[in-house]
Design a protein around this ligand. Structure first.
Ligand SMILES: [Fe+2]
Length: 192
C-alpha cells in the first residue's frame, strides 16, 4: 500500500532517524520513500511565492534538524556554498543540477570537481564538507524537499562569488545578489 505523505510524520521520522546510527543514510532512505508520492508532498507543502526565500519559510527548524521546501525558479543558478552540516536533497518536481567543488587551498579559487543531475523522484546525501552550487536548467519550477542535520538558518556557513573566489561568510542578501549576477552573466555569455 502506498503511503500518503504527511509532513508532521516525515519530520518526526527524520528527527528520530537522524539521531540514530547511520542517521544521514537513514534520512536519505526516508526521503526516497517520501518521493514515491510527489502529489502527496505537493499537497502538503505550498510552493514558495516568488521573492520568498526557502530560508524565510522553513517547514521545520530546530537545533537538530531543518526541513525546507525549496522552489527553484526556471533558470535559477546559485553561487557555490556549503551548509556546515549534512544535507539530504530530494526533488519532487523538475530537476536540480548540482556542481560540486574542491577547495584548492588558501588564496586559490574553488575548482569544479563534478556534476550531478538530480531528477524528480531522486534524492542525494551531501556530507558536511560539501561545497556545491545548484541550478534549475528547466523552463518550469523545480520543487524540492531538503533536510539538514542541524539548524541551517543559524549556522556559520561559507559562500564563494561568481568567480569562485572566497570563502566569504554566508550572508543571505549577498548570496541572492551574487547568484542573480551569475545568472545574468551566464545568460549574456550564452547569447553572445
Ligand atoms: Fe545547498
Amino acid at each position: 500500500m502506498a503511503a500518503t505523505f504527511e509532513l508532521a510524520a516525515f519530520v518526526d521520522d527524520c528527527r528520530r532517524l537522524a539521531a540514530g546510527p547511520h542517521g544521514p543514510a537513514r534520512v536519505l532512505e526516508r526521503m526516497r520513500e517520501a518521493l514515491a508520492d510527489p502529489a502527496g508532498i505537493a499537497a502538503a507543502v505550498q510552493p514558495l511565492t516568488p521573492g520568498v526565500g526557502a530560508l524565510d519559510a522553513p517547514l521545520h527548524r530546530a537545533d537538530d534538524l531543518t526541513v525546507l521546501n525549496v522552489t527553484l525558479a526556471p533558470g535559477l543558478v546559485t553561487i557555490p556554498h556549503d551548509h556546515a552540516m549534512w544535507a539530504v536533497v530530494g526533488i519532487y518536481q523538475g530537476e536540480e543540477v548540482n556542481t560540486f567543488y574542491r577547495e584548492a587551498g588558501a588564496g586559490q579559487p574553488l575548482a569544479e570537481a563534478n556534476r550531478r543531475r538530480v531528477p524528480a523522484g531522486e534524492a542525494i546525501l551531501l556530507g558536511e564538507a560539501v561545497v556545491h552550487a545548484i541550478e534549475n536548467p528547466l523552463a518550469t519550477p523545480t520543487l524540492g524537499l531538503h533536510v539538514y542535520g542541524g539548524d541551517l538558518i543559524g549556522a556559520q556557513r561559507r559562500m564563494w562569488d561568481g568567480a569562485l573566489d572566497g570563502p566569504h561568510p554566508y550572508d543571505i542578501p549577498q548570496f541572492y545578489r551574487w547568484s542573480r549576477e551569475l545568472a545574468l552573466s551566464r545568460r549574456a555569455a550564452a547569447g553572445a
